[in-house]
Design a protein around this ligand. Structure first.
Ligand code: NAD
Length: 346
C-alpha cells in the first residue's frame, strides 16, 4: 500500500495516497538533475501527471535532458508535456514546483543560485498572478546546514511566503527510482505536507514526515551512518565465520534469526551466493556505490560535529571505505565490496 506517514506531530498516522480529481488549473513543474536517480524520478512524475500540466527538465549534461524528453515522448503514453530547459533558472522561472536531485551540497547551492537569480526578487506570489506559493523540493542527500542555507536564500529571494524550500532525501536506490517505489524522508512545515505528498507519491510509495525543514536530511544521515557501520561489521563477521570454517549460508541464516540481523546481513549480504539478488553475486556491480556511502558518511560526520555528537566509529569506517574504494578490485562497486577488501573468500 502506498502510504504517507507523519513521524512528527501528529505521530505515526498513515494516510492513503490522495490525488486531486476535481477540475484544476494547469500545474507546471521543473526537474533539475537527471542522473541515475533524477532521470527515473522525472520520468515517473511526468508519466503520472495529466496532459495539461508541464514539466521542464534541466541537467548540465544536456544529453541526459534530451534523452529524457525523447523517452517521455516516445516510450510513455500520456503524461504532462515535457520540454528541455536551457538552465536551472530557465526551467524554474514559470514553475509552481521545482524538484532538484543533485550530487553534493555545492551542486545544490549553485543550482539554486541560478534558479533564484531567474526570479530577480520580484515574484511575490499574488503580485505575479500565481495562485499558490512556489515550492522547491530538494531530494539530494546533502548536510542539513547547507540545506537550511538554501532554504534561507529561497525565503529571502521570495519573501512573504512566496516560496518554500523543503528537503526530501530518499532511499530505495536506482531500482526504487525506476519502479517508483522510493521512500522519502521529508523535512517541511506541517502546513505544506498535504501539498508535497501527492507530488512525492508519484515517484515513490512512502513519505515519512520527520519534522521541520532539514529534519528529513538529519533522519537520512542518521540512518545511513548506521548502515555504514552495519555493512562493515557484517562483512567482518561473515569473513570471520568463513575463516573459522562455517558455511556462509548457515552463518547468515543464524544471524538473520538472531540479534545480529540487519539489512546488510539479510538483504545485501556481502558473501557471493548467500543472497541470490545481492550485488555480491554479480561481482558487486550495481547497488549502492561505495563512493556514495563515503559521501553520506562524510556528511553525517560533518553534521555530527555541528551538533556536538560523538561518533567514535566514524573515523575508522571512513578510512575503511576510502582505502577499499582506492583498491581497483573494489572501486565503483556496491559498498558490500568491503568484504572483498577484507580478503573474504568469494
Ligand atoms: P548522479 O551523479 O547520477 O546524478 C547527478 C546529476 O546532477 C548528473 O546528471 C549531473 O550532470 C547533474 N548536475 C550536477 N550539477 C548540476 C547543476 N548545477 N545543475 C543541473 N544538473 C546538475 O547522482 P544520483 O545517483 O542521481 O544521486 C542524486 C542524489 O541522490 C545524490 O545526492 C545521492 O546521494 C542521492 N541518492 C542516490 C542514491 C543512488 O542509489 N544513486 C540513493 C539515494 C539517494
Amino acid at each position: 500500500m502506498k502510504t504517507t506517514v507523519r513521524l512528527w506531530k501528529p505521530a505515526l498516522r498513515a494516510q492513503r495516497r490522495a490525488f486531486s480529481s476535481t477540475s484544476r488549473r494547469l500545474d507546471s513543474y521543473a526537474f533539475i538533475g537527471l542522473g541515475q536517480m533524477g532521470f527515473q524520478m522525472a520520468r515517473n512524475l511526468q508519466s503520472k501527471l495529466p496532459p495539461n500540466d508541464t514539466v521542464r527538465v534541466f541537467d548540465i549534461n544536456k544529453a541526459a535532458a534530451d534523452k529524457l524528453v525523447h523517452t517521455m515522448q516516445t516510450q510513455q503514453a500520456g503524461g504532462a508535456a515535457a520540454t528541455v530547459a536551457s538552465s536551472a533558472g530557465d526551467a524554474a522561472r514559470e514553475a509552481d514546483t521545482v524538484i532538484t536531485c543533485l550530487p553534493e551540497p555545492q551542486h545544490v547551492k549553485s543550482a539554486y543560485a541560478d534558479i533564484l537569480s531567474a526570479f530577480d526578487g520580484r515574484d511575490t506570489g499574488e503580485a505575479s498572478g500565481r495562485s499558490k506559493p512556489r515550492l522547491f523540493i530538494d531530494c539530494s542527500t546533502i548536510d542539513p546546514t547547507s540545506s537550511r542555507e538554501v532554504a534561507a536564500a529561497v525565503s529571502s529571494a521570495l519573501p512573504n511566503g512566496a516560496g518554500s524550500f523543503v528537503d526530501a532525501p530518499m532511499s530505495g536506490g536506482v531500482v526504487g527510482a525506476t519502479a517508483g517505489t522510493l521512500t522519502f524522508m521529508l523535512g517541511a512545515p506541517e502546513g505544506l505536507v498535504s501539498r508535497i505528498e501527492p507530488i512525492l507519491l508519484r515517484m515513490g510509495k512512502r513519505v515519512l514526515h520527520c519534522g521541520p525543514q532539514g529534519a528529513g536530511l538529519s533522519a537520512k544521515l542518521a540512518n545511513n551512518y548506521l548502515l555504514a557501520i552495519e555493512n562493515i561489521a557484517t562483512a567482518e563477521a561473515m569473513n570471520l565465520g568463513v575463516k573459522w570454517g562455517l558455511d556462509p549460508k548457515v552463518l547468515a541464516s543464524v544471524i538473520n534469526v538472531s540479534t545480529g540481523r540487519c539489512w546488510p546481513s539479510e538483504i545485501n549480504n556481502p558473501v557471493p551466493g548467500v543472497v541470490d539478488t545481492a550485488p555480491a553475486g554479480r561481482d558487486y556491480q550495481g547497488g549502492f556505490g561505495i563512493g556514495l556511502m563515503r559521501k553520506d558518511l562524510r556528511l553525517a560526520m560533518l553534521a555530527a560535529r555541528e551538533a556536538g555528537a560523538v561518533l567514535p566509529l566514524a573515523e575508522k569506517a571512513s578510512e575503511v571505505y576510502a582505502t577499499a574504494e582506492a583498491d581497483e578490485r573494489c572501486k565503483g562497486r556496491d559498498f558490500s565490496v568491503v568484504y572483498r577488501w577484507l580478503g573474504g573468500k568469494e
